[in-house]
Design a protein around this ligand. Sequence first.
Ligand SMILES: CC(=O)CC(=O)SCCNC(=O)CCNC(=O)[C@H](O)C(C)(C)COP(=O)(O)OP(=O)(O)OC[C@H]1O[C@@H](n2cnc3c(N)ncnc32)[C@H](O)[C@@H]1OP(=O)(O)O
Length: 397
Amino acid sequence: MAQGIRDKAVILGMGCTRFGERWDMSSDMLMAEAFGEALADAGISRDQIGAAWLGSALDDVNVGNSAIPLATALRLPSMPVTRVENMCATGTEALRAATYAVASGAVDIALALGAEKLKDTGFGGLPIRTKGSVNDLWMPYGSAPGTFAQLAGAYAARYGIDAVDLKRAMAHVSWKSHQNGVHAEKAHLRKAVSMETILNAPMIADPLGLYDCSGVSDGAAAAIICTPEIARSLSRDALVSVKSVQVCASNGWEMQYGEWDGSYVRNTRIASGRAYEEAGITAADLGLTEVHDCFSITELVTMEDLGLSQDGRAVFDVLDGAFDADGRVPCQTDGGLKCFGHPIGASGLRMAYEVYTQLKGRAGVRQLKNIDFGLAHNLGGQPSNSVAAVSVLGRLE
Ligand SMILES: CC(=O)CC(=O)SCCNC(=O)CCNC(=O)[C@H](O)C(C)(C)COP(=O)(O)OP(=O)(O)OC[C@H]1O[C@@H](n2cnc3c(N)ncnc32)[C@H](O)[C@@H]1OP(=O)(O)O
């Protein structure tokens, strides 16, 4: 019977680049920037790393196929290096692979690194990719804002939410993240934005306006994972352990148009339930979350999918400030995808970086008090055809 990975792997060090329009930096240079910080934080030499995973989603505009560019850019000693890709959940897939390698006993110290240069695509949003045997059938012309706008419509219809209330709640989600992002020195969009500006912004895909959308950025983030024994022998301060990592992907169920009404993301519900069980906690134990706010409506619905709001109540919890920096369970203390943008391969590890930073007590003016567990939620695809990755980090006792 599966034992799970709780406390079998510890994060020894993490690094994160400044996210933004990094025209002056190649993917290799971004990888080196994130890795350098992680290595210094871990206090080890690169020769001690036994295996590495690179998360990169768009091979044609970034590092190409394989993870050989990672080994080359970082001058890693001869070792297995592997590229992973799982749409927008790619960063967490790299973390999962490194964690599993250490938890299994196969490797003592492993590297997970995610990098993406989205600005180099030349597109305003994501380049549309419709490869695969069935994707061409159901999403040939869908855009990311368009498919998540449908989540808003379905959610409002299911719970009878007034359009004005929903728009105000979505605006609050983005307002809160921009407030937090001001204090995140590595974020791309670091300006506070008023509710009035958010509510009156140009429409991108009704009801999602400009400020309901995450930005488009370049960036990289990295984690060095090791066994608890090695971490205890090396670390000088509180150790942050991986309590769980769970991934759940669509199998066509949503698209059968039978049971699913489009108002929630089923994979987030399944992955988070399994993540809580593996970590031995409930949603009530969480001190913060970093969720996949590709759009404001995604964050709002995710509060219900993670069990932090009752079904149909997230609009009211958001408006009551439950997920603000001083709320019940702060969400996106660093500003989230809203302020960092979403360089796909990097995002999952960037979320983990903020949770790690908070658990280490290093978040400066953003620092939360008395947190034992934090959650990162990384969502790929679209609500009808998605992959959800949920990880729980906490202190190693
Ligand atoms: C696919 C999966 O697997 C799951 C997912 O995660 S789906 C999510 C994927 N990501 C997206 O779809 C990205 C969504 N966002 C966008 O496409 C773009 O931000 C957008 C279309 C909303 C705007 O793009 P644009 O019009 O080309 O903006 P751009 O010309 O780059 O910038 C103009 C200004 O707006 C600002 N801006 C751009 N996007 C912004 C945003 N989302 N929020 C706030 N400000 C933004 C820029 O900083 C810039 O400001 P200044 O003039 O002061 O410098």
